[in-house]
Design a protein around this ligand. Structure first.
Ligand code: C2O
Ligand code: CU
Length: 476
């Protein structure tokens, strides 16, 4: 049975442009009339946060606005915004707006696109996000350490017309490596991590808390935005007893589909899901991480309130999100670039170029370099571009992972369309900014190089990037 009042309320909320409970109920016309850009302030500082429950003490983190994840930034698609970043930390930093296709000077890569923001300094970022969806921001200097200590936060770019859901939830996933006093172990250069799967933590959090149960209401429809902010951990989530519908990946809408298995979310990737709370009041269901199938772990519980349910929504009814506008690649006239990923333990990397030297692997390891793209190990942010392409041309990247470890490969300033993937059929045809390549896997992706500048391209296992798996692509 449908509850007419309930439906009316939903539509009413939609009209007001505030489908999410996170937004105050401001009439859409008021928001639209605001001509000043939306403005935020982010201050990076060290902050003690209660990650683990008492009696554990608070954890000393580095964070934006004294919380990790930092303040949720809400932008509107196609509207100018400004973010003033102040650095109250002892290290320089920059902020990268992961997945936002904005101008190069605002991309937040040290040396390559801007001078680092020194201790005590501020910098204003100004841009207009072209795509609606789920994104995130993070520091991009000494990234493995700074992100590992908590310097990141979620971004929602609102659709012009919000899709019909009862609640809009954001789960920023992370794992922390804590000692028995709940303090971060500062071994960001541990060669064992760098040469293998990256730095995995021992404490998983959702939105900066060890996840308690999540209260839900029978019958409600939730849009769940998953953001993986971990340095290296790959999550594989199963929602026990519930169907989930994937409606966007990496901020780009997809034709809604139900995943054929767990939702595998690599570092830096995002998924937007529709979850219908289809069970009965008072029930409880686990959300399980099966990324290590031999030892599945419970991420959290969905706990139904005892109060009677709303009307049932039918999952199949979901219409999907309005598309963002991305240029369609022209495969017939593309620049084809092989991307060979080598290195790490059990790897095939014998030697690589570092700066202007050709070095043997043992020598590279001593310099903290263990990974290479096309046999070049990255040595800072201003390396000679891997290739240049004229603006407007299609580029095809042909990935081949010759290593025994996974690599979520991220390109700045663009989304690419996955043309082919040796294992993952579900990803084909999707627009991503970060594509996962498991051991020995290959993939082809294509994009129109329509955003001029020098763009960073790297593995988002942050230890791998630090240890050489990074390059620059030039669009001129
Ligand atoms: Cu999240 Cu260089 O990126
Ligand atoms: Cu990697």
């Amino acid at each position: 049975m449908e509850n007419k009042d309930r439906l009316f309320t939903r539509r009413d909320i939609l009209k007001s442009g505030a489908a999410s409970t996170l937004l105050p109920l401001i009439p859409g016309s008021v928001l639209a009339a605001a001509s000043k850009p939306r403005e935020y302030r982010l201050t990076a500082s060290s902050t003690a946060i209660q990650l683990a429950d008492k009696p554990f003490p608070k954890t000393d983190t580095w964070s934006f606005n004294q919380q990790s994840p930092g303040t949720l930034l809400r932008f509107r698609q196609g509207e100018a915004t400004r973010i003033g970043v102040t650095n109250a930390l002892p290290q320089s930093l920059t902020v990268h707006w992961h997945g936002l296709r904005i101008s190069n000077r605002m991309d937040g890569v040290p040396e390559l696109t801007q001078q680092p923001i020194g201790p005590g300094e501020s910098f204003w970022y100004e841009f207009t996000p072209p795509d609606a969806g789920t994104f995130w921001y993070h520091s991009h200097l000494n990234t493995a350490e700074q992100v590992g200590r908590g310097l990141y936060g979620p971004i929602i770019v609102e659709e012009k017309e919000a899709p019909p859901v009862d609640r809009d939830l954001v789960w920023v996933l992370d794992d922390w490596r804590l000692d028995n006093q709940a303090q971060i172990i500062l071994d960001f250069d541990n060669p064992r991590d760098l040469a293998r799967a990256g730095r995995l933590g021992n404490t998983v959090t959702i939105n900066g808390r060890i996840p308690q149960s999540v209260p839900v209401q029978a019958g409600e429809r939730i849009r769940l935005r998953l953001i993986n902010a971990a340095n290296a951990r790959i999550f594989a989530l199963r929602f026990q007893g519930h169907r989930s519908l994937i409606i966007a990946r990496d901020g780009q809408p997809v034709d809604p589909y139900e995943p054929g298995g767990p939702i595998v979310i690599g570092p830096a990737q995002r998924f937007d899901l529709i979850l219908d709370m289809s069970a009965e009041p008072g029930q409880r269901y686990s959300v399980i991480d099966v990324s290590f199938p031999q030892s599945p772990s419970r991420l959290t519980n969905l706990v139904y309130r005892a109060t009677p349910g709303l009307e049932r929504a039918a999952l199949a009814d979901y219409p999907g999100l309005p598309e963002n506008t991305l240029a369609e690649p022209d495969l017939s006239n593309a620049l084809v670039q092989p991307v060979d990923l080598r290195g790490g333990d059990l790897g095939q990397l014998k030697r690589a170029r570092l700066g202007d030297q050709q070095l043997e692997i043992t020598r590279l390891y001593l310099l903290g370099k263990m990974w290479a793209i096309n046999d070049v190990a990255n040595d800072g942010f201003t390396d000679v571009p891997m290739f240049s392409v004229t603006r407007g041309r299609t580029v095809v990247l042909e990935f081949k992972n010759h290593s025994a470890w996974p690599h979520p490969m991220h390109l700045h300033g663009h989304h690419f369309k996955v043309i082919e993937h040796s294992r993952d059929r579900e990803v084909v045809g999707k627009w991503l900014d970060t594509v996962m390549l498991g051991p020995e896997e290959s993939a082809r992706v294509a994009f129109v190089a329509d955003n001029p500048g020098k763009w960073l391209f790297h593995c988002h296992i942050l230890g791998h990037a630090r240890a050489g798996m990074m390059a620059v692509i030039q669009v001129s």
